[in-house]
Design a binder for this molecule. Structure first.
Ligand code: FAD
Length: 442
């Protein structure tokens, strides 16, 4: 075979118009090689993203073949995975260039060596960089709110090996442990009628502790866009923040409500004993109003539900149970206008919306079960997208519009169910793991 003595057209093209000459900004790896015999010096710099060579540039001092091989390898390497790039050989570079004179094969064809050196340099520093990076953060995942959404997200993140903290301002277990700790769970598959709200919350707290979730009983006062939370004991930085602040009982906006708020006006029913022998008006149309009436059925003397709608919006078996209790009366199409009294609640003024008539009723207590309002105060200034009712908007991974900030449970869903909060937690834990650990299968 005739020996190649001249440069191919492709070599000349890369020599005259070298591609990717220069310096990669904040290079992740640098490889330098040289040939002491002919004096060629080659430097290749790389930028890596998700194991892929996003940029490759070179600076070469040498002959036409040294320039052309450097230029060619940058084109061959960009877009390849590190493993693929490590497999590029000197021979393949020469082949891509349409061949090189044999004398140049050994002295000037060093580009593959320089690229491999740059990748090895990157790999050597990667682990070190990851360690330094990890030290900048207090936790992988910080969860704000320790209700069903926050606790179960924490458990599932810790289960995947993520360093996790949950901050809770008040009661572990959220609104359920605050308002109805002794209520039997009726709609959590597998636990129906087997577990009270407290039992469920206690088992979550124990699981979280076992998995070494850091449980911090303190309020978060602010969250910054760089994923720092400002709590009572100081500032903490997380790679991911999960908002699980839930909701609080909504105000009925009724005249006199505030005045009698600790003197006969209640938000939901925490202690049925408070209603023993009392005449009670329950305000609301949904599940919570029905729950409230059922929970005081054994203690109150007379229970009237003032329901603004044509029907109660609750599950059929609860409505059946309610109908079977003589002391419960439902006033449909009825709005409560005013709560009045001297020291304590004595009367309510209601309006029959169909008949357009006002009705006065003597009562001892008013229970407002008119819904829940999302707790959004601490991130009002963060620029998170919310719908018109204040619920956070998320994508199907539960991510908000701000990178690294997720939301679970009642703050992100008007379904207001424990089972939904728990499933949101599973979604977040899966996606947080992918985002932070970058497993090979993603
Ligand atoms: C009376 C009633 C009965 C219900 N019954 C059922 C039922 O039978 N079945 C069912 O599936 N669902 C029921 N629900 C709905 C259920 O309670 C909610 O869907 C569920 O609690 C949502 O969980 P969460 O974690 O999103 O929010 P929450 O339970 O509201 O918990 C949020 C937590 O975040 C904390 N928090 C808020 N702000 C901060 C802050 N700045 N810093 C630190 N912590 C903060 C709060 O203190 C709270 O503990 C009921 C609700 C009510 C009101």
């Amino acid at each position: 075979m005739e020996e190649q003595l001249e440069y191919s057209e492709k070599v000349m093209d890369h020599f005259r118009n070298p591609r990717n000459v220069g310096q990669v900004k904040d290079a992740d790896g640098i490889g330098r090689v040289g040939n002491p015999v002919c004096g060629d010096l080659m430097e290749i710099q790389i930028k890596v993203e998700n194991n892929i060579l996003k940029d490759v540039k070179f600076k070469t001092f040498g002959c036409g073949s040294a320039i052309a091989t450097s230029s060619m390898i940058t084109e061959m390497a960009i877009g390849k995975t590190l493993e693929e790039a490590l497999k590029i050989t000197r021979g393949e570079v020469a082949e891509e260039l349409g061949g090189l004179p044999p004398i140049k094969m050994h002295c000037s064809n060093l580009a593959a060596d320089a690229l491999h050196a740059a990748i090895k340099d990157y790999m050597a520093h990667k682990e070190e960089k990851e360690k330094i990076e990890a030290q900048k953060y207090d936790f992988d995942v910080i969860i704000v709110g320790g209700g069903p959404g926050g606790l179960t997200t924490g458990i599932l993140c810790a289960y995947r090996g993520l360093k996790t903290a949950i901050f809770e301002a008040s009661n572990w277990g959220g609104i359920l442990s605050w308002l109805c700790p002794n209520k039997m769970i009726e709609n959590f598959p597998g636990l129906c009628e087997k577990s009270t709200c407290s039992d469920l919350v206690n088992s979550w707290v124990n699981e979280a502790k076992k998995l070494k979730v850091e449980l911090k009983k303190e309020r978060v006062n602010e969250i910054t866009p760089d994923k720092k939370i400002i709590a009572e004991s100081g500032e903490y930085k997380g790679k991911i923040i999960v908002l699980a602040t839930g909701s609080s009982p909504a105000s009925g906006g009724i005249k006199g409500e505030e005045k009698f708020s600790k003197r006969g006006v209640y938000y939901y029913v925490r202690n049925p004993g408070n209603f023993t022998g009392k005449r009670v008006i329950v305000v609301g149309s949904g599940n919570s109003a029905v729950d409230a009436a059922l929970s005081i059925a054994d203690t109150a003397d007379l229970i009237t539900i003032a329901c603004k709608d044509e029907e109660l919006r609750s599950v059929p078996n609860k409505i059946e149970r309610l109908k079977a209790i003589d002391r419960v009366k439902v006033l449909y199409n009825t709005e409560v206008l005013e709560i009045s009294g001297t020291d304590n609640v004595e009367k309510v003024l209601m309006k029959d919306l169909k008949e357009d008539e006002n009705i006065q009723q003597v009562v001892d207590s008013v229970v407002l079960a008119v819904g829940l309002t999302p707790n959004t105060e601490i991130f009002k200034n963060l620029g998170l997208e919310m719908d018109e009712r204040g619920y956070l908007k998320t994508d199907k991974t539960q991510k908000t519009n701000i990178d690294g900030i997720y939301a679970v449970g009642d703050i992100a869903s008007d379904l207001q169910l424990v089972v939904v909060a728990v499933s949101n937690g599973a979604t977040v834990a899966h996606n947080a793991y992918i985002e932070l650990k970058k497993p090979y299968w993603r």
